[in-house]
Design a binder for this molecule. Structure first.
Ligand SMILES: [Zn+2]
Length: 283
């Protein structure tokens, strides 16, 4: 009898955890998955700041909302790239809608854990150029701009711009080394990925960072190839997971060592390792 009562109390206290304090959490809370989730109490990305700008096209759309952690991480990353060259300005496209949820624009971006970032571009002398105002421009494996036959670019002079591998790599490094977010994916085309990894190798970047970037940078199989922007996705924070935030897809091997999950592990590391190539020690 007493055992049954104790079990009932234990069960109700467990349920209690996921309930009321969702409303007493004063920070942002990402709930559900990136495809079917929402955000509660989101942070807003200011349209300009030190090292970034939300260009007009994306400002009009109003998708500047995300978790506190992701907004802060993008600001820090842009600030870091700017610290090497004050002319560097990151073009920040869409996070999520204010309440999160589905939209006509994106199949994910529902839960404040995704952001689209424009590529940094440069002129032929290596000088950083400001972000495009009205569109994303595609780049090939050599970092040259590619015309979009179906939908011509609105920004003038796009054909004179080059992909800025140095600053795009600095951005990737800044995101991957930010301790307050854990990056799950940086979706980007195979060509851009190869271009960036080659740049990093030639410039003697730390091997663990190159391996880390190689793991998370991926051309998605089921959507646009992402040859005109980065799409960054971060894992649920531990606190948000407690409130119903749900990751899907792989948890990288190094994440498991540095990030303690609440609740039982739901992933099979061996299966993912077989799928994604040889295991690496990354951190
Ligand atoms: Zn996206």
């Amino acid at each position: 009898m007493w055992r049954r009562v104790a079990a009932a109390i234990a069960a109700s206290s467990l349920l209690g955890c996921a309930g009321p304090n969702l409303f007493t959490d004063l920070g942002s809370v990402s709930t559900g998955t990136v495809n079917r989730g929402r955000i509660r109490n989101p942070a807003r990305m200011p349209v300009t700041g030190k090292g970034w700008r939300v260009p007009p096209r994306w400002k009009r759309r109003g998708f500047q909302w995300a978790t506190d952690e992701l907004i802060a991480a993008v600001q820090r990353a842009a600030g870091r790239v700017r610290s090497f060259d004050r002319r560097a300005v990151l073009g920040v496209a869409d996070f999520s809608r204010k309440t999160g949820g589905a939209s006509a624009w994106h199949s994910s971006h529902n839960a404040g854990r995704d952001v689209d970032l424009l590529f940094y571009t440069r002129d032929t002398k290596g000088r950083p150029l400001p972000p495009f105002e009205e569109g994303m421009v595609k780049f090939d494996r050599k970092g040259k701009p590619v015309a979009n036959e179906r939908q011509p670019y609105e920004d003038e002079g796009w054909e004179d711009r080059l992909f800025d591998a140095r600053r795009n790599w600095q951005l990737v490094e800044a995101l991957l080394t930010d301790a307050s977010v854990r990056v799950q994916w940086i979706f980007v085309s195979d060509d851009i990925r190869a271009h960036l990894l080659q740049w990093a190798r030639r410039h003697d970047r730390p091997q663990w960072l190159i391996d880390y970037a190689r793991t998370v940078m991926r051309q998605p199989g089921d959507s646009a190839p992402h040859d005109d922007h980065f799409h960054v996705r971060v894992y649920c924070t531990r606190a948000d997971r407690f409130h119903g935030c749900r990751d899907s897809g792989p948890v990288w091997q190094h994440e498991k060592k540095t990030f303690k999950y609440h609740g039982p592990e739901r992933y099979d590391p061996l299966a993912w390792r077989l799928l994604l190539g040889p295991p690496r020690t990354l951190l």
